[in-house]
Design a protein around this ligand. Sequence first.
Ligand code: FAD
Ligand code: NAP
Ligand code: FMN
Length: 607
Amino acid sequence: MGSAAVYWRNLTKQGNLLRIMLPESSPFSPNQRQTLDSLLAGFDALQRGWLSGYLAAGSSAPAVARAPVSAGKLTVLYGTESGNSEELADRAMKEAKKKGFKAVMKNMADLSPSDLSKEENLLVIVSTWGEGDAPETAVSFHKAFMEEDVKLDGVKFSVCALGDTSYEKFCEIGKQFDARLEALGAQRIADRADCDVDYEDTYTSWFASAMSALAPITSVVSAVVPAAVAIGVEYGKKNPFPSEVSDNVLLNGEGSAKETIHVELSLAGSGLSYEPGDALAVQPMNCAQMVKDVINAAKLIGTEEVEVKAVGKKLLADALREDFDITALSKAVLKKLATVTSSAKLESLLAEGASDQLKEYINGREIVDALIDFAPDGIPADALAGIFRKLPIRLYSIASSPLAHPDEVHLTVAAVRYDTHGRPRKGVCSTFLTDVAKTGESVPIFVQPNKNFRLPADGNTPIIMVGPGTGVAPFRSFIEHRAAVGSAGKNWLFFGDQRYTYDFLYQLEWQDFLKDGHLTKLNLAFSRDQPEKVYVQDKMLENGEELYKWLEEGAHFYVCGDASRMAADVHEALISVVKNYGAKTREEAEEYIENLKKTKRYQRDVY
Ligand SMILES: Cc1cc2nc3c(=O)[nH]c(=O)nc-3n(C[C@H](O)[C@H](O)[C@H](O)COP(=O)(O)OP(=O)(O)OC[C@H]3O[C@@H](n4cnc5c(N)ncnc54)[C@H](O)[C@@H]3O)c2cc1C
Ligand SMILES: NC(=O)c1ccc[n+]([C@@H]2O[C@H](COP(=O)([O-])OP(=O)(O)OC[C@H]3O[C@@H](n4cnc5c(N)ncnc54)[C@H](OP(=O)(O)O)[C@@H]3O)[C@@H](O)[C@H]2O)c1
Ligand SMILES: Cc1cc2nc3c(=O)[nH]c(=O)nc-3n(C[C@H](O)[C@H](O)[C@H](O)COP(=O)(O)O)c2cc1C
C-alpha cells in the first residue's frame, strides 16, 4: 500500500485527531507538507473522510478500498411524469447500495401513505406539473398523503424537488412533501433541494449531503464520484444525437389559423431506440433575431467573451444562441437581474407583498422586456451571462412507430406564435423546428422514455384514444405499431381541431387505417366549423353507451394534448359516461375510473 493510502487510512482510523503530520516520504515538498498539514488540521473527521473519498474517486488509481458498512434500509420514493425523477431515483438507489444500504426505489403510483410508516430512511424525489400540481402518476398518492394522518416518527427523510423556475409554483409539490413529512413526525436529515431544469449539480450535492447525514464516514465516498464516463460515443441526455431532418411538412391547409408541422428525423447511426408512447427531447437554439434583441437591449455588441458552465469561454452571441435560456422570464431571473442593475422599479417589484404585481409583470413578457425596462443603460457581458440558466430541452410525443419507420422518429409540432405587450413572440423550440430545422439541417435529440403511456401488452386488448390537435401524435405511433405487429385489438380514435378543411391532421393516413381495419372507429370534433364549439368530449358523450361497453370489455383509455382545459374536460366526460351507462353514482364512477388508473388502463400524456 502506498504512503498516500496509509495516510488516508490513518485519517479514517484516527477519526477526530486534530493534527496529523504528512510523512516525509509523501510526494510533497516541505512547503507543501506544511501547507497541507495546517489546512487539514482545521477539518473534522467527516470532512477528512469526504475529502479522502473525493480524491480517491477523482484519481486514476483505484479508489481506496473500504468495505461497505451495513447502513440500514433506505427507500427512494419518486413521483414522476416525464421520467426525470425516476431516473434520479434509480441513480440514488444504486449509489446508496454501493454505500452499504439495503436500498430500494418505489413509485408513488404503487403505494399508499401508510406504507411509509415502516420506512427507516426515506429519500423523496418528486417533480411538479401543471400549475403546481403533482405529476400524473402521483396525483392519488399526493392527495392521500396530504389528507391522511400517518405516523412517521422515526423516519429520517430528505426531499429533492424537481421543477422549473419559469413556473410560478416552482417545485411546489416537493415543498409540500417536505413540509408534510415533517408535520407527520418524520425527521429531516438534509435540507430540501429545489432543482431547476438543469438539475444535475443540485441533485448531486443534495444526494451527497443526504448521504453524509445518513451514512457513516466510510460510506461517503461515492456520493461525489463523477458519473461514469462512457467509452465510445453513446448518445442520450448527456450527449444528444445530432439528427438530420429528413422531412419537414406543414400539416395544415392554406387558410388555417394553425401551424402544425410533421417533422421526420433520422436515427441512423445513433443507437437510439424508442417505443410508442415515448417522447423525444429536442435541444433547440434561440432565434437569431432574439439574440440580436438581447444584445441590443444590454447595449453590447456580441463579440464579448463570456463563461458558459461546463463549456468554457465563448463569444456572447454564440452563447446566447446555443447555451442560455434568453427568453423565459421568471422571478429567479429578475432576482439575478436585480443584483447587477440598480433599478428601484425592479426592487419594488421584487419586494415582499408585491407578488401580484410581479405576476402581472411576468405575464406575457420575456427577458428582453426586463432588460429594456430595468437596465436602460445596459449591463456588462459577464453580468448578462450570469442572469441566464441553461437553455432547456423541450419534449415532443413521438408520432411514429419504430417498426413502421426503422431508423426514423416523427413529431407533430404546433408552432407557438403570439403577440404580447406590443411585440410579436415565438416559442423557442417549436419555431426552431418549424423555421430553422428544415430538411438536411441537424437537430440535437435524445429519447425520453415514458413507461406511463404504453400500449397494452396484449395486442387483443381494445384501445380508446383521445387526442385533439398535436395530442394525436402518439396515437399515430400506436396505430402504426399495432398495424405492424398485426394486433387484433380494436382501436378507437377521437380527434379534434379547429376546421375539417384545414386542420384534419394526417387525414389520409387515418382514412387508410379505417379502410384496412387498423382503425376501428374515428370520431371527429371540428370546433370551428359551426357556430357552437364541438369538442372531443362531446363526441365521447354522444357515443357514451359504446364507449362504456368497450371499457367493460377491458379497453385501455388514453388522453394526449392540452393539460390546461382539455384533459380535465375529457376526464369529466369519462365520469359522465361511466355514471350514465354503468348505472353508477358519481362516487362509484370516480372509483371505477380510479381503478382504471391503478390498473394502468387510463393513461394520460398531457402538457
Ligand atoms: C410530454 C410532453 C409532450 C409534448 N408533446 C408535444 C407535441 O407532440 N407537439 C407539440 O407541439 N408540443 C408538445 N409538447 C409541448 C412542447 O414541449 C413545448 O412546450 C412547445 O413546443 C412550446 O415550446 P416552445 O419552446 O416553442 O415555446 P417556449 O419558448 O417554451 O414558450 C412557451 C411559453 O410561451 C408563453 N406563451 C405561449 N403562448 C402564449 C400566449 N398566447 N400568450 C402569452 N404567453 C404565451 C407561455 O409562457 C408558454 O409557457 C409536449 C410537452 C410535453 C411535456
Ligand atoms: N406547455 C406548452 O408550452 C404548450 C405549448 C404548445 C401547446 N401546448 C398545448 O398543447 C395543446 C395542443 O396544441 P394544438 O395547437 O395542437 O391544439 P389545441 O390548441 O389543443 O386545439 C385542438 C382542438 O382542441 C380544441 N379545444 C380547445 N379547448 C378544448 C377543451 N377544453 N376540450 C377539448 N378540446 C378543446 C380546440 O378548439 P378551439 O381552438 O376552437 O377552442 C381545437 O379544436 C395546446 O392546447 C396547448 O395547450 C402547450
Ligand atoms: C406542462 C408542464 C408543467 C410544469 N409545471 C411546473 C410547475 O408548475 N412548477 C415547477 O416547478 N415545474 C413545472 N414543470 C417542470 C417539471 O417539474 C420538470 O420538467 C421536471 O424535471 C419533470 O420531472 P419528471 O420527469 O420527473 O416529471 C412543468 C413541466 C411541464 C412540461
